[in-house]
Design a protein around this ligand. Structure first.
Ligand code: GTQ
Length: 348
């Protein structure tokens, strides 16, 4: 009888949970509904960073710290639903990097894969694995995992680009390594444009092996991408959700250009009103040209050139063009999800 008052089912369970807790165990039935959900329940929320709003802070950072001291002078775009975690979606990192004229961001390498998408400025460079590439707005540039890379700016103006990295994926897998090069800048061993000529001209070296997991083309220039979209629009039927949407590919494998991040460029014609769409890959968008709005789970986000916005996993959304032909760059973890057989989409 002494135990009777404590012997209700909930008290005896709480006591049990305490006792198994001391052995680092917990009952699945108390957490299962949060673990195995009927559909994705992302902490990621829809968000928009208007370039006009954030540019002053990016430039202010230029007066606070040098690229050399910072190693990378970047303002991280943190998803408002996951502050303090340095991520824009659950699986991806994004940030705005500034390089001022005359600066060098010193050479290093890491197991994370990076993409650069040029937002502002012209003629700053990234050197990757012994080759330098000068960058222009709209260019999509790859830094493959474990490749030496440094950035510099010999132009007269600041350059800003969006960094996209798979940092949270590498973190999840606890597979991160990094090291510094012995000098600020790595030696250049190939002429500028070599990779694009060798791998990005519809040609490949005759004995080309399958090679690395990232594309050997490390700058996909916007001029070429834009021209391709413009030519295709003449015969292409517009997709009701995506307009004319292309993915960047590794010419050696035909797969996405990087092993962990899928990248896309899409043209939405003047007056386009997209239909509802959702997919399990949370998507980061940058507007390159035109202007429009995206309705995400009923909330409207209006964007223009250089603005960045994020659509969470499985969020229903539609794009509408408000001004001119519109071009959107985007990236997500779709390549990973497809490899794992997890990716889903719905057109409703
Ligand atoms: O340029 O190497 O935004 O290592 C974060 C980590 C950029 C870079 C970032 C990095 C870099």
């Amino acid at each position: 009888m002494a135990h009777a008052p404590n012997n209700t089912p909930s008290n005896s369970r709480a006591d049990f949970y305490d006792r198994i807790g001391q052995h680092s165990m917990t009952p699945l039935w108390e957490v299962m509904r949060g673990l195995v959900t009927p559909e994705p329940t992302s902490p990621c929320v829809a968000a928009l960073w208007r370039y006009e709003d954030i540019r002053p802070y990016i430039m202010e950072a230029g007066g606070l710290i040098t690229a050399k001291e910072a190693e990378r002078r970047v303002l991280v775009l943190e998803n408002p639903g996951m502050r303090g975690q340095s991520r824009i979606t659950r699986s991806l990192y994004a940030g705005m990097q500034l390089i001022l004229p005359g600066e060098v961001a010193p050479s290093h390498r890491h197991t994370q894969t990076a993409l650069r998408f040029v937002i502002e400025g012209s003629g700053a460079y990234t050197a990757v694995n012994g080759e330098k590439t000068l960058m222009q707005p709209g260019d999509f540039v790859i830094t493959p995992q474990w490749g030496w890379h440094d950035h510099g700016n010999d132009s007269a103006d600041p350059m800003v680009w969006l960094d996209g990295l798979d940092i949270p994926i590498v973190q999840l897998l606890d597979a991160g390594f990094a090291e510094h090069f012995e000098a600020d800048e790595q030696p250049l061993t190939r002429p500028e444009g070599d990779s694009l000529a060798r791998y990005g001209s519809g040609l490949l070296p005759v004995d080309q092996a399958r090679g690395a997991v990232s594309s050997p083309v490390f700058n996909y220039p916007y001029t070429r991408t834009r021209e391709a979209l413009e030519t295709m629009r003449q015969s292409q039927e517009w997709d009701p959700c995506h307009g004319l949407k292309m993915k960047y590919v590794n010419p050696v494998t035909g797969d996405y250009a990087m092993p962990t991040m899928a990248t896309f460029m899409q043209l939405l014609p003047k007056g386009f009103q997209g239909a509802d769409y959702r997919s399990t890959d949370g998507m980061v968008y940058v507007c390159v040209e035109g202007a429009g709005e995206t309705v995400i789970n009923g909330e409207t986000f209006a964007w223009g050139p250089r603005d960045t916005f994020v659509v969470p996993s499985w969020a229903r959304h539609s794009h509408k063009v408000l001004r001119g032909d519109t071009v959107l760059f985007s990236f997500s973890d779709r390549v990973v999800q497809q490899k794992l057989g997890l990716w889903r989409e719905a057109r409703n």
